[in-house]
Design a protein around this ligand. Structure first.
Ligand SMILES: NC(=O)c1ccc[n+]([C@@H]2O[C@H](COP(=O)([O-])OP(=O)(O)OC[C@H]3O[C@@H](n4cnc5c(N)ncnc54)[C@H](OP(=O)(O)O)[C@@H]3O)[C@@H](O)[C@H]2O)c1
Length: 375
């Protein structure tokens, strides 16, 4: 999972992706009947599942899935931890001689350059793969069509765009990082149904139930950095670590980088070691992006959430809503500060999902990012 040290992570060396994505899943999949060879879509589904399994362990590289399919047999691979083999190499390794004449299906365009590992396109050509199917093109400047071209130049037919919107969504954080140089920003808060993130006395534990809280650890595990404000540290002193029952991080280096917006962070704060930052948020995102942070999870509180929202820096809002009413107007709101003076000036996002999580709801909303050409 994440890594990223205070001294900085080497800028992402191997990239991939495509700038188009629909927020909602729309692709359909035709399942094979009898002994029919699986369709490209079915194989891409397998590749997407494989990529999901390594979502938290590959950054600053993309989480990619690959399937080598031949004579009704499928060999599945996914991206290893940084420095290890890419998904294509893992799948080709499993396939061995069966790769000759096979169809190789990969969520992201294979790399054609030498990063910490050799070009995947060379390995694909050398293995004698007969045809390649790609979910999306890689927007990383080092790839950006070069992988598809290299395969085409070697005489291998390539189909691009299978389950494109699904793959683009799965690689959203990676795509934003490679297109803008900044992390994908997720703002997560837990609120009562009447929109309060804490009671008037500042207490907020616990608004939501154990299932929602477990999910937040998963969200942290997928994020390369986690950020809160000085107010939250003063009130709650959160550790901001990933604590998952089923898939524990393998060591301290697997924990997300912790960032606290403050001029001074107490040495004994539970969030230590952390970066204490008090400059412009735009500069912070540039800096984190340069460190290879693909996803930043902003966990509040109300004034920090307000700052990120008003600066237009949030890509996805993840709000857990509990069946709880504080029942007045004196609790702490989701965003603390002056808002739009009239409805006509209200900010509008786009719903992504509403999901029941234990006794709570998870509501996800996307900002239409200029980086996707949607704003
Ligand atoms: N339910 C939830 O999801 C949730 C999550 C987190 C927190 N909370 C609750 O929210 C409350 C804390 O919220 P809060 O609004 O008081 O504090 P906060 O948003 O956590 O921190 C705000 C403080 O951060 C510092 N800061 C530095 N740069 C900033 C920037 N660019 N924008 C905003 N702040 C910046 C400032 O302190 P300095 O002037 O000292 O630098 C500011 O007063 C607590 O009651 C906590 O329990 C709830």
């Amino acid at each position: 999972m994440k890594r990223a040290s205070r001294s900085g992570v080497a800028a992402a060396a191997e990239g991939r992706d495509s700038p188009r994505s629909d927020a909602m899943v729309s692709d359909t999949v035709k399942r094979p009947r009898g002994n029919e060879q699986p369709s490209d879509e079915v194989l891409m589904e397998l590749a997407i599942s494989a990529a999901a399994g390594v979502r938290a362990t590959t950054a600053p590289n993309p989480w990619v899935g690959c399937v080598v399919s031949k004579d009704g047999q499928q060999f599945v691979g996914a991206t290893s931890r940084p420095g290890g083999p890419h998904a294509e190499i893992v799948a080709l390794g499993k396939a061995g001689s069966a790769a000759r004449g096979s169809t190789l299906v990969t969520t992201l365009e294979p790399c054609a350059h030498r990063g910490r590992t050799g070009p995947c396109t060379d390995a694909i050509v050398d293995a004698g793969v007969g045809r390649v199917v790609v979910g999306i093109r890689d927007p990383d400047a080092a790839v950006d069509g070069a992988g598809v071209k290299a395969l085409g130049d070697a005489g291998i037919p390539v189909t691009v765009g299978v389950l494109e919107s699904r793959v683009a969504e799965q690689l959203r954080a990676y795509r934003k990082h490679r297109i803008t140089g900044r992390p994908y920003v997720v703002l997560k808060l837990a609120a009562t149904l009447d929109g309060r993130i804490a009671a008037p006395d500042g207490s907020s534990r616990w608004i939501t139930g154990p299932a929602a809280r477990e999910e937040v650890h998963r969200l942290r595990a997928e994020s390369d950095a986690v950020l809160v404000g000085a107010g939250t540290v003063a009130r709650d002193d959160p550790a901001l670590t990933v604590r998952l029952h089923d898939e524990l991080p393998s060591g301290p280096s697997d924990q997300p980088l912790r960032v606290v917006l403050t001029k001074h962070l107490a040495r004994d704060a539970r969030a230590q070691p952390a970066i204490a930052y008090s400059g412009p948020l735009d500069d912070l995102l540039d800096e984190l992006g340069g460190m290879g942070i693909l996803q930043l999870l902003v966990e509040g509180g109300a004034r920090v959430a307000y700052s990120f929202h008003h600066a237009g820096l949030v890509d996805r809002y993840v709000i857990y809503i509990a069946p709880v009413l504080l029942g007045g107007s004196d609790g702490i709101p989701l965003l603390e500060g002056s808002g739009a003076p009239s409805m006509s000036q209200a900010w509008r996002g786009q719903w992504r999902s509403v999901t029941r999580v234990g006794d709570d709801l998870r509501v996800e909303m996307d900002a239409l990012g200029a980086w996707e050409g949607l704003a």
